[in-house]
Design a protein around this ligand. Sequence first.
Ligand code: PRX
Length: 651
Amino acid sequence: MSNENLKTVLQEKRTFQPQDHFQKNAKIQSMEAYKEKYRESIENPEEFWANAASELHFFKKWDRVLNAENPPFYRWFEGGKTNICYNCIDRHLDSATRNKAAIIWEGEPGDEVVLTYADLARKVNQLANGLKKLGVQKGDRIAIYLPMIPELAISVLACARIGAVHSVIFAGFSADSISDRINDCQAKITITSDGVWRKGKKLLLKNIVDEAVKKCPSIEKNIVVKRSHKDHFECAMDENKDIWYHDLIENCSLSCPAEEMDSEDMLFLLYTSGTTGKPKGIIHTTAGYMLYSYYTSKYVFDLQPEDVYWCTADIGWITGHSYIVYGPLANGATCLMYEGAPNAPHKGRFWEIVEKYRVNIFYTAPTAIRTFMKWGEDWVNKYDISSLRLLGTVGEPINPEAWMWYHKVIGKERCPIVDTWWQTETGGMMITPIPGCTTTKPGSATFPFFGIDATILDKDGNEQDTGFLAVRKPWPGMLRGVYGDEERFKNTYWSQWENIYFPGDGARRDEDGYFWILGRVDDVVNVSGHRIGTAELESIFVSHASVAESAVIGIDHEIKGQAMVAFVSLREGNEGSDSLIEELTQLVIEKIGKFAIPERIIFTADLPKTRSGKIMRRLLRDIAEGRAVGNVTTLADAGVIDALKEKYQED
Ligand code: PRX
């Protein structure tokens, strides 16, 4: 969290109690009820999770809820057989939910698709059969590089149906990032589209995949969705390797039995940035993830049968996996899915959509809220958004000012706000209010979810008010590993303390026990809720022939939360220039994608280092943020996160 925000958070005293109109129909209506359920979940986790899992369909019941014999390799629901696609679709087909909208989709140009659960079943089954026709088998990896169109959700579900492991790659990543991810997991198939609309412009995704798969010998086929209907996206098709999605599914049967998966069979991989150069493939498995995404959606969104629920994330990130596809559909909810940008074609687009579909639950990122603040209330007030009953945020700390704006301008002081802290690795929400019972404080993620034994520790494992966030008990949605790198899994998450999960965030607990998440303590920067490893960028810069060394840091940014500033020192005989900045920027676009471009690139003769040769990032942050350069910080002031970072990085 930025220093400015941190200051306001440390002074924040306002509280907001659940209001009667929400509380009276809520699933959990009092703090006593939350506390009782929380106590059960911590004292008897196996019984608690077994009861929760009995709400879902298992082809064969598990023999054991939790196997904790070999930490950190925890196993949940061993011996059980289930299928998450079956639970998201088939489980609803014998009830009235069958003909309820599962996905309401709106394209950026305004085209619409509504799929009921029965429609979704047909489409998913057809594609599942199409994948089988291509020889896809249980356990095969499939890379999905699609925009926010219904086929993205359908593809994810079709993979899950036949037990293929999906690896969704956000459609803003470059060809190089795609090939890295494909090669890491040896994916066999890609699913992409000819293109996508982005702010009225055509983006030719298939061309990017073509470029990527030149370096991916494991790829056998590319399946291509025709996103363009009337308009033409230029797209070359190789007759041996490329196949149109609509041709593939033509004549495929509408019925494909769901594969009976072992509880711990791999469900998906999702790559995320860490402190070292290479993104890691986070592994999630079947039953535990299914239960956790289902259960958190149910209680944190307080899903009611008639709700229209909208999460504005992209399915390319974990938020979209857990809270556009799996969690809400496992609950039989109606999910809205929007293809485009919030300002296409105008800045009121989101509120226009809320009005049009009478959205009840809205889940977005603080960076989006700050952008709406900048655009001004008039854009919101043009529309009737009175259908909203619950608001949520995710992805980065929310500053109290943005929280208050959300509360007043969007929530009309009527809607509870759930500020949900979690990560790609956690599978689902970990620290979050439960609307209807939790009194909220602007900027605080409040209390742990059921079964989450969260605390704050120092490096040595002693409990503190301010320090490193830690999770002491395993939970069903937890990551099961880093693909192909057991050591990295152990080192990154489990080496700080014994058998305690280390998320990499700093946190503070106030006198009422509320958790306040302060931000990353490692070298991961959170730009607009996108996690970027500074080491990833640094290695890109030093790959340029003119660059000797580079240090990338995160600094406060009014809208994005954090922005990156790159300090670059050049090799002898080179000079910093605008054209070199341009070259370095292009390199970032090529290697990662536009969203990873640093805010500024600063050429410097030298980087400040300690005697042992470590780059003093805090000094660079002071310089970049225009502060007096100093090194006196105490835990109680706004330098707390810097101080935590230093502690974390101490040898
Ligand atoms: O630093 C925390 C921040 O986002 C990180 C996880 O990023 P990612 O794996 O991309 O997942 C984002 C969506 C779940 C965390 O380590 N973060 C996420 N939510 C919050 C947050 N920081 C503060 N408050 C939150 N509500």
